[in-house]
Ligand binder design. Structure first.
Ligand SMILES: CC(C)=CCC/C(C)=C/CC/C(C)=C/COP(=O)(O)OP(=O)(O)O
Length: 432
C-alpha cells in the first residue's frame, strides 16, 4: 500500500506539477531568476526543472560555464527556497510544540541540577525526528493533501519538491536525530523517538484513511515526546513520569475533535475517516471531547501528590481543566462552529499554561524521592534496596522514623492517594 501510494504520488507530481509549480512559485523572484539562469546555462529539460528545481541547481553546479551565472544572491534564494520547503515539510510549528513537551519532560525528569547541554541535545534530536516523521506523513498523504484547502499548498502537493527529495530529507533528519539522542542522551530516549516516528508515519498516517480510531493512536504519538524527554534526563521512565504524557494524551482528544468538527468538509474531501464525519449531529464528538477534558481534572492533584509539584499546581491545573471542560460542555449543549472554536481556542491555551505551571511549581528532586519512598512503603513494598539513600535523604528518613515513633501521620492527601478504594479498609500509612 505504501509503495502503491508512492508510485501513484510520483505520477501525480510529474503530471500535475508544472501547473502547480507555476502557481506556487511562478510569481516569485526566485523562480524567475533561477529559471532563467538555469535554463540559459544548461541544456536541462524545462520539464525536469519544473518538477524539481534542485536538479537544475545540481546540474548547473556541475557545468563550469554556468558557475559564474550562479551569483551569491541566487544561492541565497535557493537556500531560502529549500529552507521554506523543509520548514513546511517538517510542520515546524507543530514540531516546536513537540520539542517544548520533550524539553519540559527533560526538566521534570532532571534532578535539582539541570544539564543544559543535555537539554539542548534532547531538544535538537527530538526536533529532527519530529521533522522526519512529519515529512514522511506528507509523503504518504500527498494525494489527500492536494484535495484539502488547508493543505493543498504544502511543498509536495503544490509540486515545489519531489517525493525523492522529501524522503531524502526525512531519512537524513530521522537518522541524525536518533543518533544524536543515542549519543548525547541514552538509548532509551533514542528508542522512544524512533518508535514514535514509526507509530506516527507508518501506523497513524495510514489509519487516518481507514478508521476513526486514528485520533486515539495520534494521541499516543503526541504523548510520547515528554516521556522521551524524561527518559533522556533520568535514564528510565516511572509512574511519576506519566503526568505530562497523560495530559498530552487527554488534551489531544478535545483538540483534534474540535479541529475535525471545524474542518469536517475538508477532511471528507481529503478522504480521511475522522470521528466527526460519522457523527452528523456532532453529539458524540462533543461527548468524547468532554469526557477527555474531565480526565484532565485529577492530573494536578496527582502531580502534587506524587511530589512533582507544589500544591499550587494542583489548584491551577484543576482550574485549567475545569475551564477547558466548560468549553467542551458548551460545545455539548450548543453544537455550533462558534462553540467548537471556543473549545479549540481553550485547547490552544491549556497546554502552554499547564506546562508552564508544571515547570514553575516543580519540586526539587529529593522531595519527589521522598514521596516515592512513602508511596512504596505505604504499599508495603520495601524501597531500601531499589532506592539507596544519600546524606540529605538519611536526615529525612530519620525524621520519618521519628514521626513513626510519635505516631505522626503523613499528609492527608498522600494518605488518601494510597487507600485502595474508599470502601476498603485504609492501609496503615507507614509500614516497615
Ligand atoms: C519524536 C517524534 C517522532 C515526535 C513526533 C510527534 C508528532 C509528529 C506529533 C504529532 C501528533 C499528531 C497526531 C499530529 C496530527 O497529524 P496530522 O497528520 O493529523 O496533521 P495534518 O492533517 O496537518 O497532516
Amino acid at each position: 500500500m505504501w509503495r502503491n501510494s508512492l508510485s501513484f504520488s510520483s505520477k501525480l507530481v510529474s503530471t500535475a506539477n508544472p501547473r502547480n509549480y507555476n502557481y506556487a512559485v511562478g510569481s516569485s523572484l526566485f523562480h524567475s531568476q533561477f529559471y532563467s539562469a538555469a535554463a540559459s546555462t544548461t541544456s536541462f529539460a524545462s520539464d525536469s526543472l519544473k518538477s524539481d528545481p534542485s536538479r537544475a541547481l545540481g546540474s548547473s553546479f556541475l557545468n563550469t560555464t554556468s558557475l559564474s551565472a550562479f551569483s551569491a544572491s541566487k544561492l541565497k534564494d535557493a537556500v531560502n527556497y529549500y529552507g521554506r520547503c523543509y520548514f513546511e515539510l517538517s510542520k515546524a510549528r507543530l514540531s516546536l510544540l513537540v520539542v517544548a513537551t520533550s524539553g519540559t519532560g527533560y526538566i521534570l525528569g532532571s534532578g535539582s541540577a539541570i544539564d543544559f547541554a543535555g537539554l539542548c541535545c534532547t531538544c535538537a534530536g527530538t526536533m529532527m525526528v519530529a521533522a522526519s516523521a512529519n515529512t514522511l506523513n506528507q509523503v504518504y498523504e500527498i494525494n489527500n493533501d492536494a484535495l484539502m484547502k488547508r493543505t493543498r499548498n504544502r511543498p509536495l502537493p503544490s509540486g515545489r519538491l519531489t517525493i525523492r527529495h522529501a524522503v531524502t530529507w526525512a531519512s537524513c533528519a530521522g537518522i541524525a536525530g536518533t543518533a544524536l539522542l543515542a549519543w548525547k542522551a541514552n538509548v532509551l530516549a533514542a528508542g522512544l523517538a524512533a518508535s514514535n516516528l514509526v507509530l506516527y508515519a507508518f501506523v497513524y498516517t495510514p489509519l487516518k484513511q481507514m478508521h476513526p480510531i486514528n485520533t486515539w493512536v495520534g494521541a499516543i504519538v503526541g504523548a510520547i515526546p515528554p516521556l522521551l524527554g524524561w527518559a533522556a534526563a533520568a535514564g528510565e521512565v516511572s509512574l511519576t513520569a506519566m503526568i505530562l504524557p497523560a495530559a498530552l494524551y487527554f488534551w489531544q482528544i478535545p483538540h483534534f475533535m474540535a479541529l475535525a468538527y471545524l474542518c469536517r468538509k475538508d477532511y471528507a474531501d481529503g478522504g480521511f475517516k475522522m470521528f466527526s464525519l460519522a457523527d452528523a449531529s456532532g453529539h458524540r464528538t462533543a461527548m468524547v471531547a468532554l469526557r477527555n477534558c474531565l480526565y484532565l481534572l485529577p492530573l494536578g492533584y496527582l502531580a502534587y501528590d506524587w511530589g512533582i509539584t507544589s500544591g499550587w499546581f494542583c489548584l491551577e491545573a484543576t482550574i485549567l481543566a475545569l475551564a477547558i471542560s466548560g468549553t467542551a460542555m458548551s460545545f455539548c449543549i450548543d453544537r455550533t462552529t462558534k462553540s467548537a472554536r471556543g473549545m479549540f481556542r481553550a485547547s490552544l491555551l491549556y497546554l502552554p499554561v499547564f506546562m508552564s505551571g508544571l515547570l514553575f511549581h516543580r519540586l526539587p528532586d529529593n522531595k519527589q524521592y521522598q514521596t516515592a519512598q512513602n508511596l512504596l512503603r505505604s504499599l508495603g513494598l520495601s524501597s531500601s534496596s531499589a532506592l539507596p539513600l544519600d546524606g540529605t535523604e538519611q536526615v529525612n528518613e530519620q525524621h520519618n522514623v521519628q514521626s513513626r515513633k510519635t505516631g505522626a501521620r503523613g499528609p492527608p492527601v498522600a494518605y488518601a492517594s494510597v487507600a485502595p478504594f474508599p470502601f476498603l479498609p485504609a492501609p496503615t500509612y507507614v509500614t516497615h
